[in-house]
Ligand binder design. Structure first.
Ligand code: FE2
Length: 433
């Protein structure tokens, strides 16, 4: 399927993320052609009046699992709520999966994503099933949504590269079929040594094939888990700077502060990207604690201060690990802000960046942003600023992909019937500072 070539699109009266109000943007030929306070209306152009609301680049999800999405309750729910029961439950579900069912659920989720202004997703796909059903299904979905949503796939050995028989061979087959990124899960291997060995093997494989790497890494509460150190080491040794991502890194929450202070500059030096998954980390980590109960999210503000690119991912929606979610990256940012206590103006903006520009850097997206020459992908949010968008999980009034309006949402409002009070309220508010 391809979208019909859209007419030129002129967006009027938009507020940009840098605070400039009353701006106009012209999209034509799939690209942003002009951004200025005043632009002529080209013949035949569609005019979209943003009514002063925020015009933002689209949301980007740096870490997702599209093969399990919307499978909640199949064949049962996760009673303990733990990561390990989730992995066991996924193992029970795998033999029952069909390619059509995986594709149907993934496409339904992509509809939600587009409606929410989420136009690029990096999804891990489990390659431990020798049938590679999920790989084939998601490669097909990737082709089908390509006209309006960029889907990137990571070959993910969920049951362990070395622990699961045949995983390496399956991973190679998945890459041969067209999967984009090399994945891993060193903390799930049998020993720390095997975990480290899996990191070496996978990084060398990525270097040989010229592919990026994105590993689930140290997703535990174990303060002695050290796989991200190994990932940074091999990244540097093989010259993979800027192409490698450490996902989750939850053990860093529990690490000794001295060791963390040594580790973070090493990650920066290796040009590692980091992805935290606030909704999942806050619900899955700390499950073995009594009180105090650890939050379990990695050290986001400290990593940013060390110069590391940190993005947020949704990770899961309605699946064996997480019974919630609706493709709302603003909900992800809001949770990240709370868990990391990033409540300052700067912290709030950094959380918005974590679901937009920083996530785009993780995926290596070309032409992302609102500058002239960028892809004509953007979203009009019912908010005056990125901070307000996060606070309100703002309505996506219009979503534009490739210069075409692909989704619209009604503004959020409410009717009041209180004497002496206005008949309508909205929840936006101009605030100082
Ligand atoms: Fe994940």
């Amino acid at each position: 399927m391809s979208l019909p070539t859209p007419a030129p699109l002129l967006v009027r009266n938009a507020t940009l993320p840098d605070g400039r109000p009353g701006m106009q943007l012209l999209a034509e030929g799939g690209l942003i052609q002009a951004v200025a306070p005043q632009l002529p209306v080209p013949p035949g152009a569609v005019v979209l009046d943003a009514q002063g609301w925020l015009l933002s680049p689209p949301f980007v999800d740096a870490h997702f699992h599209m093969d399990s999405v919307l499978s909640h309750g199949l064949p049962r729910v996760n009673a303990s709520g733990t990561l390990l029961e989730g992995i066991a439950l996924w193992g029970e579900l795998k033999p029952m999966l069909t390619e059509d069912a995986i594709a149907e659920r993934a496409l339904a989720y992509c509809d939600w994503a587009v409606a929410r202004g989420l136009l690029a997703i990096r999804s891990h796909v489990d390659i431990c099933d020798p049938r590679l059903l999920a790989v084939r299904a998601l490669l097909d979905v990737k082709r089908r949504v390509a006209p309006y949503l960029q889907l990137q796939l990571v070959a993910f050995p969920q049951d362990g590269l070395l622990r699961s028989p045949g995983a390496l061979a399956n991973l190679l087959r998945a890459l041969d079929l067209g999967v984009d990124v090399v994945g891993g899960i060193p903390h799930f291997e049998r020993t720390m040594a095997e975990g480290a060995e899996s990191v070496r093997v996978l990084c060398e494989l990525a270097a040989a094939r010229g592919l990026p790497v994105d590993m689930h890494c140290d997703e535990s509460d174990d303060p002695l888990s050290r796989h991200v150190e190994t990932l940074a080491f091999h990244t540097q040794r093989l010259g993979l700077q800027g192409r490698v991502t450490g996902s989750h890194l939850t053990s860093m929450h529990s690490m000794d502060n001295y060791y963390a202070s040594k580790l973070m500059p090493l990650l920066a030096e290796a040009g590692l990207h980091v992805v935290a998954n606030p909704l999942i980390n806050i619900t899955l980590q700390g499950r073995h604690d009594t009180y105090p109960r650890r939050r379990g999210m990695t050290r986001v503000p400290e990593l940013l201060a060390a110069g590391v690119n940190v993005a947020f991912g949704h990770d899961c929606v309605l699946d064996p690990w997480y019974s919630f979610g609706s493709a709302c990256m603003l909900e992800v940012a809001a949770m990240g802000l709370h868990v990391a206590q990033m409540t300052s103006s700067r912290g709030q903006r950094q959380c918005f960046d974590a679901i937009t520009v920083n996530a785009a850097r993780v995926l290596g997206l070309q032409g992302y942003g609102l500058d002239v020459g960028c892809r004509a992908d953007f979203v009009v949010l019912q908010a005056r600023s990125p901070e307000e968008a996060v606070r309100l999980r703002a309505q996506r009034l219009a979503v534009v992909s490739g210069g075409a309006v692909v989704a619209r949402m009604a503004p959020a409002t409410a009717e009041l019937t209180l004497p002496g009070r206005p008949a309508h309220v909205d929840f936006t508010r101009q605030v100082a500072g």
